[in-house]
Ligand binder design. Structure first.
Ligand SMILES: NC(=O)C1=CN([C@@H]2O[C@H](COP(=O)(O)OP(=O)(O)OC[C@H]3O[C@@H](n4cnc5c(N)ncnc54)[C@H](OP(=O)(O)O)[C@@H]3O)[C@@H](O)[C@H]2O)C=CC1
Ligand SMILES: O=C(O)[C@@H]1CCC=N1
Length: 313
């Protein structure tokens, strides 16, 4: 089975993606037996659903960095093979070699590093005909396409850190027309839906998705910390306050996601007339919590649109 997946710039997000994908392969293997199938055997349009499934799964993982410090860190993170025996190969200053021996590349460097990495001698040829998935905030498909050959299939994805525990949210841009679109689509969806939820949206929405889902875990953690602080203020031990806050946020979010319950409906069902919840809600409204949070998404979206753009820091 499988293809070689290269994470070009393997830091926080690269580790989250590889860790999530490895965990999902282990989970999949625990429930089904996957026979071997070769990437090279693919002819567009001739794959059975089972072959398509098998060929859409990665079986070799390359993680690229430029500094020894990062390589040492990655060796620590990926020191033991996954339950299925997959070992992540750490490549230091070997970007072109890594891309050359890969089928699919996920670009996970900082936005301002992309041009330098994609302009390394031999990189264009190494990427010839391959699927290049960029998770970079702000950097557009047309910018990246101008740095690679026309044969390289460029798409964008905006994942978030919970991909590491397979609770991520990823938005993928609409796919370019291509002869192997069926396999490409299957590969992309296999990666991102194996590590959380995945939704396809037009690229014009990417800056908002970056702010809402990409940056979102940071915003949610401010709320989480503040709730726990309130509990601590009222005498709860810190650890228990954090547990109560985290599980409560998770529970409320899951009721929206799994039961399709509108947040206002859930809020109203908790709010007893004259009770303590309405007292707390009014205090929140006095603090303009809603507009503050919504404005944070607006400001983060505006900033996302500047990232990786010439003349912007
Ligand atoms: N952090 C997040 O929550 C999210 C981030 N993103 C996007 O993901 C991207 C990565 O973010 P994040 O993971 O936080 O960043 P990190 O800084 O953690 O990771 C970037 C990685 O790129 C490597 N790198 C830098 N230069 C090179 C080079 N020349 N060759 C090979 N590797 C290189 C770095 O290693 P070294 O220094 O050793 O070279 C580092 O491991 C960004 O573009 C960001 O916009 C998207 C969604 C969420
Ligand atoms: O803060 C950032 O720029 C990146 C993109 C989304 C999350 N982290």
């Amino acid at each position: 089975m499988g293809y070689t997946l290269c994470v070009l710039g393997c830091g926080t997000m690269g580790v989250a993606i590889i860790s999530g994908v490895l965990a999902s392969l282990d989970a999949k293997a625990a429930t089904s037996f996957l026979p071997a199938a070769k990437w090279e055997s693919h002819t567009p349009g001739t794959l059975t659903p089972r072959e398509l499934e098998d060929e859409s799964l990665p079986s070799r993982f390359l993680a690229c960095v430029s500094r020894e410090e990062s390589a040492t860190k990655l060796r620590g993170v990926f020191q033991s093979p996954s339950a299925l025996g997959y070992q992540v190969e750490i490549m230091k200053n070997k970007n072109v070699d890594a891309v050359q021996s890969s089928n699919v590349v996920i670009l996970c460097c900082k936005p301002q590093q992309a041009h330098i990495i994609l302009n390394e001698p031999g990189m264009k040829k190494a990427l010839d005909g391959k699927l290049l998935i960029s998770i970079l905030a702000g950097v557009t498909i047309s910018q990246i396409s101008a740095w690679v050959l026309p044969s390289t299939k460029v798409i964008r994805a905006m994942p978030n850190t919970p991909c590491k525990i397979r609770e991520g949210m990823t938005v993928v841009s609409t796919l370019p027309p291509s002869s192997s679109v069926e396999l490409d689509k299957s590969i992309i969806l296999n990666i991102f839906s194996s590590i959380g939820r995945c939704r396809i949206l037009e690229e014009k929405h990417f800056d908002a998705c970056t702010a809402l889902a990409g940056s979102g875990p940071a915003f949610a953690c401010i709320f989480l910390e503040a709730m726990a602080d309130g509990g601590v203020m009222m005498g709860l031990p810190r650890a228990e306050a954090l547990e109560l806050a985290a599980q409560t946020l998770q529970g409320a979010a899951r009721m929206t996601l799994q039961q399709g319950m509108h947040p206002a409906q859930l809020k109203d069902s908790v709010t007893t007339p004259g009770g303590c919840t309405i007292a707390g809600l009014l205090a929140m409204e006095d603090g303009r919590v809603r507009s503050t949070i919504a404005r944070a998404i607006q400001i983060a979206t505006e900033r996302a649109s500047e990232l990786g753009q010439p003349g912007k820091k």
